[in-house]
Design a protein around this ligand. Structure first.
Ligand code: SF4
Length: 353
């Protein structure tokens, strides 16, 4: 079982962000953390049962917006259920991840930090309405390293108006120069409900640029193991994300989080006030065999996870075989793998249609 905990507070609302996060509810921080504890205890009892927690991911929003002391009870609750050497990641933003916060989280058990760097170009950061600048990103990374975090990820966003290969190369070089082993490079999407929605001029759709960036990252030693994830070694790949792509069950704690247990997706209340009032009231969605198969194929072909051939019917197997012959996929043992993650959607559609 994986565990995801959602912290819905942010210092600014980024113009591209559709996550459930609030910039004006800081007064609810403490009651929110109490509500999370309540849901956690309930979910452990009802969904985890005799299983263990294999990975933990504290995401958001911005986990570093909340004092590390507010996480103490959460760690007290989960610690009996964690496997040995459990990967425990926390997201953090450079402006709020102070040395004290990083040290406090490390002392609690966090062993992986994922920084929302997005860019080292201050003009671009402003354009995205990020709350930090490039200098604060550099010092946050240095602080994390100094404290002893040796598994660090930096998020970078690309495909934003004004981006070009040279500028993004600079971002990747900055990360590489600081001996960071993991990069998540996301292409901008214009999501409904965000400031950027319907403003097509904000986004550059340039597949060539994506290929060039992937090649450049490879040259720096970052192996692509998913469409947006690159790592210098297997050891520093995100086990938590792998869990999602392999369709492992997960607990989803917090407002706007999503859980998945025994073929059911469950959704705690998306409204923070209502969530605080009743953190154990969920909407549930049953995933039938077709839904699950479609997702397994999509996720498997967007990553190194691959797809087990046993899930396909005869017709689908024939199409998979054609793609192997055309060298679009390759087969190892009883699984197929994708050479080019950017083609994952197209290939999945071809097989499943
Ligand atoms: S910091 Fe992250 S979660 Fe918060 S608004 Fe920006 S992108 Fe969204």
């Amino acid at each position: 079982m994986l565990l995801y905990i959602h912290i819905p507070f942010c210092d600014s609302k980024c113009f591209y962000c559709a996550f459930n996060s609030y910039v004006d509810r800081f007064h609810l921080k403490q009651t929110y953390m109490k509500a999370i504890e309540k849901q956690l205890i309930y979910d452990i009892e009802h969904y985890l049962k005799d299983e263990k927690i294999e990975t933990v991911f504290i995401g958001g929003g911005t986990p570093s917006c909340v004092d590390f002391k507010e996480y103490e009870n959460i760690f007290r609750i989960i610690s009996p259920y964690l496997i040995e050497n459990c990967e425990i990641t926390s997201e953090a933003n450079p402006n709020s991840a102070t040395k004290e916060w990083l040290q406090g989280m490390r002392d609690l058990g966090v062993n992986r930090i994922s920084f929302g760097v997005q860019s080292f170009n201050d003009k671009k950061l402003k354009y995205l309405n990020r709350a930090h600048n490039s200098n604060s990103a550099i010092s946050a990374i240095q602080n994390a390293k100094c404290i002893g975090f040796n598994s660090i990820n930096c998020d970078i966003i690309y495909g934003v108006q004004g981006d070009n290969f040279e500028k993004l190369k600079y971002d990747f070089n900055m990360i590489n120069d600081q001996n960071i082993d993991h990069i998540s490079a996301y292409s901008l999407t214009l999501e409904e409900g965000t400031k950027f929605f319907n403003k097509s001029h904000v986004k550059i759709d340039d597949e060539e640029l994506s290929y060039k960036l992937f090649d450049y990252l490879k040259g720096l030693g970052y192996e692509q193991y998913e469409i947006s994830n690159f790592s210098k070694s297997k050891k520093t790949q995100s086990k938590h994300n792998f869990g999602y792509w392999e369709y492992t069950n997960y607990l989803g704690i917090g407002t706007g989080a999503v859980g998945f247990v025994d073929n059911f997706r469950y959704y705690p209340n998306k409204n923070i006030e209502q969530y605080i009032e009743n953190p154990i009231s969920y909407e549930k969605e049953y995933m039938d065999e077709v839904d699950i198969k479609t997702e397994k194929v999509l996720l498997g072909l967007r990553s190194n996870v691959g797809v087990n051939l046993a899930i396909f019917n005869e017709n689908e197997l024939k199409k998979a075989k054609i793609l192997i012959e055309e060298k679009k996929l390759y087969k190892v043992d009883n699984k197929i793998y994708n050479y080019n993650f950017l083609l994952a959607d197209e290939i999945s559609l071809f097989i499943l249609d």
